[in-house]
Design a protein around this ligand. Sequence first.
Ligand SMILES: C[S@@+](CC[C@H](N)C(=O)[O-])C[C@H]1O[C@@H](n2cnc3c(N)ncnc32)[C@H](O)[C@@H]1O
Length: 273
Amino acid sequence: MATPELAPSVMRFYGETVNEDDRLRTSADGRMELARTQELLRRFLPPAPARVLDVGGGTGVHAEWLVKDGYDLTLVDPVPRHVETASAVCRAVVGDARDLSEPDNSFDVVQLLGPLYHLPNPEDRRTALAEAQRVVKPGGLVVAAAINRYASLFEHVTYAHLHKERIRDSVSKILETAVYDGVRGFTLSYFHRAEELASELLTSGLTGVQVFGIEGPAWSLVKAAEQQPGEGPTDELIASAMEAACMAEPYPELLAASSHLLAVGRAPASISV
Ligand SMILES: C[S@@+](CC[C@H](N)C(=O)[O-])C[C@H]1O[C@@H](n2cnc3c(N)ncnc32)[C@H](O)[C@@H]1O
């Protein structure tokens, strides 16, 4: 079967428009996303050296700390310039979440921290989750991130332009349809509700599924302080927002306010006969 086509806006956005290597290192909400993803993953990862497949791993920002932690990492991404940058950190190959070239039952952990954002067709997301389960060992960990359905509502307040007609219409369309068409600015994207993300992992056959808010309910206060004139967010504001993300974990209704969601689940263990 031929490798499925990647939407042109995804290739253009990551191949030409943005430098994905900066996203988690420079902006305050990006740094929150990196630190919380690290914290959450470290709770669930098996001890190093385990084999981790980072699907949609971009330029290797997560690969970098995982390799430092002692994991045996392979990164897959469809954007050649991402793979070229990530090759400095780990084994990195061009590929698509829907058609992995890795053998069955070969990784202890498979993480998809990005591919589900860019697969608006539910069949494509099912295929990506099925591929993750094919290559992960029985009982292995599968982790999947999503952009929250409501993230753009919060984000466009931080830029203080949600009251402008074009922006309001565009955000309303995302809220109604869960899809951004990738026509300008961002790329073709899908926005998940927390319960929908959990249900997609469960339906794919994963067990023990849990969903976390990555940045938590206060990220947009930090981003607003960064975007609006003034001193920018203080270290104390960022520390408080990080604390809020942890404190919110037992309250699923607060998941709706996080910018990104992180779901974890396990492949069924093999049955011995
Ligand atoms: C927002 S970036 C995330 C990068 C990195 N995983 C992180 O968390 O910072 C989304 C990544 O998903 C990749 N991607 C998009 N569609 C994909 C697909 N169908 N299969 C695998 N990766 C894909 C993009 O090339 C990009 O590197």
